[in-house]
Design a protein around this ligand. Structure first.
Ligand code: SF4
Length: 335
């Protein structure tokens, strides 16, 4: 087998940024030696070797990869993740985890990728040690992307015991639609029983949601993230400028340990998507969604702490609406 990579040179003579990133990714993962030759497509020069190949294979994107095997048709890839997955995946995921994950480089690289490509990259690295947190519309979009990448991943859901009936039904819909197993984590009775016996079921209305969320969500999350190497969330920056404005595509989770002396990675592939983009993705791909969205619910959490949104209201305004907007986080993503 021989592999040829075509890189682009821009009209002003500068190298193509996407091509450089693809090369960096291949180098970082120890695959660069598998590229047998590199040729250049010079913008505006139809006679350059790369431009001739682009014309021959009818390709308009760079970089691209041509894989040749005797007696087989040539295989062409314009997406580096797909190329890695289909041609270089003979190395098992665990074996690829040699070098340290470079957070700074990942944030630069991820900013130029689609969410599905980001997921493909981390699925390729972590396999089932990557877990997706499932609850809302963003999360099901991520499950859809991860399932389409056709590589292993895990999913968990926190059942607080106070979710809407529709949400419980929806969980099973997603499980059946994708054929994925969703691991459920529930509150510890050792913490929950004394709490509700002392303060009742709705103490959050009087003294804030942190204690209840701490018991029903934060403690189970710690168990859900045990023995994982990375988790992917559906967090978006515009969900809450006050509490999510400084999110990054990749960060170390400072609240939960990883394994093998490595910190747990937290990846937010939808970081720069808007709610509209999420919903466009859901509709175009005909993904099942929580029926509560059809009756005005935009951000869905526990039943007593979520109401339908009012016209013009920010999506998070309908969560813990009796509290200050700067405190409307359940604690799952606080550092
Ligand atoms: S969202 Fe409300 S009911 Fe759910 S855990 Fe938090 S405070 Fe408790």
């Amino acid at each position: 087998m021989s592999i040829l990579m075509v890189k682009k040179i821009l009209l002003d003579g500068s190298p193509c940024g996407k091509c450089a990133q693809a090369e960096e990714m291949l180098r970082k993962r120890g695959y660069w030696d598998r590229i047998d030759s590199v040729v250049y497509a010079e913008e505006g020069n139809a006679e350059s070797a790369g431009m001739k190949l682009a014309a021959e294979y009818n390709i308009e994107l760079a970089p691209f990869f041509i894989v040749k095997n005797e007696d087989e048709p040539d295989r062409i890839y314009t997406r580096v993740f797909e190329f890695i997955k289909k041609e270089l995946e003979s190395i098992q995921p665990e074996e690829k985890l040699t070098g340290d994950f470079d957070i700074a480089a990942a944030n630069v690289e991820f900013a130029n990728l689609e969410p599905g490509e980001i997921l493909a990259g981390i699925q390729n690295m972590f396999g089932p040690k990557l877990v997706l947190a499932f609850s809302g519309a963003e999360d099901v979009a991520l499950i859809d992307m991860a399932a389409k990448n056709d590589m292993p991943f895990s999913v968990f859901c926190l059942d607080t015991g106070r979710l809407h009936g529709e949400t419980y039904e929806y969980l099973d819909t997603v499980r059946n639609h994708y054929g994925v197993s969703i691991e459920i984590f529930t509150p510890s009775p050792l913490l929950l029983e004394p709490f509700i016996n002392e303060k009742g079921l709705n103490s959050f209305l009087k003294d804030g949601h942190s204690e209840c969320c701490g018991i029903r969500k934060v403690e189970p999350l710690g168990r859900a993230l045990k023995n994982r190497k990375a988790w992917a969330t559906g967090l978006r920056r515009d969900q809450s400028p006050a509490t999510r404005g400084d999110l990054k595509y990749a960060e170390y989770d400072e609240s939960h340990p990883g394994i093998d002396d490595r910190p747990l990675l937290k990846i937010n592939p939808l970081l720069d998507w808007t709610s509209q983009q999420v919903w466009d993705y859901i509709r175009i791909n005909e993904i099942p969604y929580n029926p509560l969205h059809d009756i005005g619910f935009r951000s869905i959490g526990c039943q007593p702490c979520t109401r339908a949104s009012r016209p013009g209201e920010h999506e998070r305004a309908a969560r813990w609406w009796w509290e200050d907007s700067t405190k409307r986080e359940c604690g799952l993503h606080l550092k």
